[in-house]
Every structure is written in structure tokens, then in C-alpha cells.
Design a protein around this ligand. Sequence first.
Ligand code: SAH
Ligand code: SF4
Ligand code: F3S
Length: 476
Amino acid sequence: MIDLQLLDKKHDESRQGEALVLDAPTGNASRKLYIESYGCQMNFADSEIVASILLDQGFETTGDYKEADAIFINTCSIRENAEQRVRNRLSQFGVEKRRNPKLIVGVLGCMAERLKSKFLEEEKLVDVVVGPDAYRDLPQLISQVEDGQKAINVLLSREETYADIAPVRLNGNGITAFISIMRGCDNMCSFCVVPFTRGRERSRDPFSILAEAQDLHDKGYKEVTLLGQNVDSYKWKGGDESETAAVAVNFAQLLEKVALISPELRVRFSTSHPKDITDEVLYTIAKYDNICNNIHLPVQSGSTRMLELMNRTYTKEWYMNRVDAIRRIIPGCAISTDIIAGFCTETEEDHQETLAMMDYVDYDFAFTFSYSERPGTLAARKLPDDIPEEVKKRRLTEILLRQQESSYKRLQENVGKTIRILVEGKSKKSDADYCGRNDQNAMIVFPATAEIQPGQYVNVYIERCTSATLLGKIAD
Ligand code: SAH
Ligand code: SF4
Ligand code: F3S
């Protein structure tokens, strides 16, 4: 029996609403900061930038909002339910605010950018609203609030990448970390709010990216994930004071430079756009053992008609060609995806084409969503949100079930084999077990032994699997 509700939750709400705290308390700080993050990995990475800025202002982090002097919520606008979750959370924080009027409540991120000053009108308890490109202004905004005013900065920037701010690692395991390599998005997928909330695409300078990766490696980290809405369009042109000539760096070159830091440092990246992923990137992945064989390649739909309405700028055939190239150049590479069910005017035939695409690719993993109209997007302005809720739901369920079969099939291929994994820590379910991931990003759980420590690479013999996890024992 498949628990669909659980499955849906897992796919749609992964890493939503996590309280972020610094592992080690910070000395003699006078004020306590509570940050909670919603949405994508980039938002979580941004919260680490925000924490870095506020720690410099004499804050320390806490995991309990009831003892905080300032509560910040880093928000997501991607779907209606993501925004609803934030609003519910804000009403809980309101209870604290009434108890302690000095408490500062701040809204960061994509909802702040989308709603701007409307937020201050709609949510009376909110003191400060800050968009994703304005975090450097936080100290000034906070002192404005301390002077008894409301404060807002939602200016978007064409340059800001926070390149010089060293993120403080929150909730870290000391083994895996995210590095933002770019911000914003210049694509205009008709369903998507991100270009409006994150602004224009810009790439961070490669020197600061490499310095951050090197620093993580020096501190004992074993895996970095390079983040951007569309990593394949990473492009940096410019010089450094120490450089005599201008340099241009594309994503394949950046990937290679990070991989060369150490063969012991694994490199992952997300997200790839089917229109931009080049064979050069694929050959770079194939060339280095420490670049993980796992590509997140959102398809959204298997129907060319839908893809056109979505303004994804590729056809079904183009996407299949990119999948064929991955299979040819990197045999055994895992491919994961994002799929939207019930986009504007989607017919049963369009939906069947999505299922057929799933059969063609046999995805290792998929995030699946029911289409949610976002105010201001091209689709909201030009296309009817005309698929009834129950039809969206039924199609989503069919997609989920198809994915469940594929995921299981993919994992099953590992049973009876010995695979190399990076141990991340104790498993969620039991202290007696360790968990870790293989190159393809599958989760493996195995009994802990005294000789093994988190951060080590070990060989595990796979005995069996569920649809989400491989189970095994240490092989010697
Ligand atoms: N930059 C990434 C995706 C970022 S958003 C890319 O281009 O692939 C993550 C996923 O959320 C998208 O891939 C899409 O599947 C989903 N999504 C975005 N807007 C949505 C909407 N309005 N309704 C439902 N799902 C949406
Ligand atoms: Fe949104 Fe498309 Fe940009 Fe991804 S590529 S963030 S889906 S506009
Ligand atoms: Fe959400 Fe903004 Fe990320 S809308 S998915 S937090 S870029």
C-alpha cells in the first residue's frame, strides 16, 4: 500500500519551514535571533547570509522563537499553499508579539518582494519587510524599527551576489553545504513568480565561489552543492586585481575548478535547465569522479503544446535529446525532475504525454506539483486556470504513482551490489543506524559501527530497498 498523503507531503513540502540555528552558541551576544526558512535551497542559503549579517550586529541564534528578541521568516511565493503556510505561522508569532511588544517580527524573501508594503498593511504585527537583494540593509532597518517605525526595503539589484559575505552554516552537519553561485532568473516561464521575486539573473564571481568551497574543504566538509535557478547559464566575465587579463568562466569551467579542489570533495549542483545544459557540462561531469552523477532536469510537462504555453523554450524532442546525451556521456547518471499537473488548458492527451515522458526517462526522483496560479505571472494574465481542482489532483496522483514505480525500479538496481557512500550522520529513525548518500543521491541506511564516523566514505553492501531508501550493511 502506498501512503499517497505522505508521498504528496514529501514531494511538495520538502524542507519547508525549518528553524535554523547555529550549532555553537556565539559568546556574549545580547540579543537572540530566530530564523525560519521556507522554499528552495537558495532561500536556506540566504538565511545563512542574513544570520551572518545579524551575528555581526550582536545577535545570536536560537531554536525557540518564544525566547527571541527578533523573529525572521524567510518566505516563498512559488505556490499559493507556500504563502498560506507563512501566513499561518505569522499568526502564531502574533501571539508572542502581543505578549512582548518589543519583539521584532521581520518578513524576508520572495513573499516580501512580491507583496512589498502591502505586507505591512495586511499583517499588522510585521515590523520589517526585506526583499532578497536588500539584506545588507538589515542593520539600518532594524534600528529604524527600534526607533518605533515600520521599515521596508524591497529594491532588487542587478549586481548583488553577497559574494563577500561568509555565510554562517546553520543546522549544519559539518559535512555537506550549499554555495550560491548566482541569483535571480532571466527566463520567463509563464507559471513562475521567481523572476518577479528574485530579479535579473547575475553570476557571482568565481574567485569568491572557489574560496568558499576551499574554506569548506579546509574545515572538513566533504560535499558542496552549487546553487542557482539555472546553473547552466552561469557566466562570469571580468578580472581580478591579481589577474592581468580579463577572464570568462562558464558553468562547465566553474564545475571543473571546484572539482579540482580535492578528489575527496564531492560536487553537486542544482538546477539545470533543459535548454541550457551543454555537452561540455556533461563531459566535465564524466571526467571527474567527485562530480556527482545526478542531474536535476525539470521537465514540467511531456507535451510540446504545454511547454510552449509554459514558455519553457524547448520541445518534448529537445528534452529527450538532452536525456539521450546524458545517458550516452554519463552512463548510470541519475536524473530527477519537476512536474506540474493541470497547467492551463491541459488535456488528457497532454497529461498522457507527461506520463509517457516519465516512462521514457525512468526518473530516479521527481518533485510533483499541482498548478497554482500566481498573481502577476504571464499565465495569470493571459491564460485561464481552467483545470478543475479534482482533475489536477487525479492527474497528480497518477504522476506520483508512476514516479513511485520508477523510483523503486531504480533503487532495486542497487540490491546485491556494493556501493560507495558518504556517511552524513545518524539515520532519522534510529540512533543505531547511520545514513548517507551515494553518487546518484540515493539515501542509504545501515547499522552504525564503532569504527565509522560521519564524514567518512564507506562501502555498503545493499540488501534491500523501499521506494525511497536503500538498506544495507558495511562491506569490507
Ligand atoms: N529554476 C527551476 C525551478 C524553480 S521553482 C527550474 O527552472 O527548473 C521549482 C519548481 O516549482 C518548478 O520547477 C516547477 O515545477 C514548480 N512551480 C513553479 N511555479 C509553479 C506554480 N505556479 N504552480 C505549481 N508549481 C510551480
Ligand atoms: Fe521559474 Fe523558469 Fe526561472 Fe525556473 S527557469 S525559476 S521555473 S522562470
Ligand atoms: Fe520560493 Fe523564492 Fe525559492 S519563490 S522556490 S523561495 S526563489
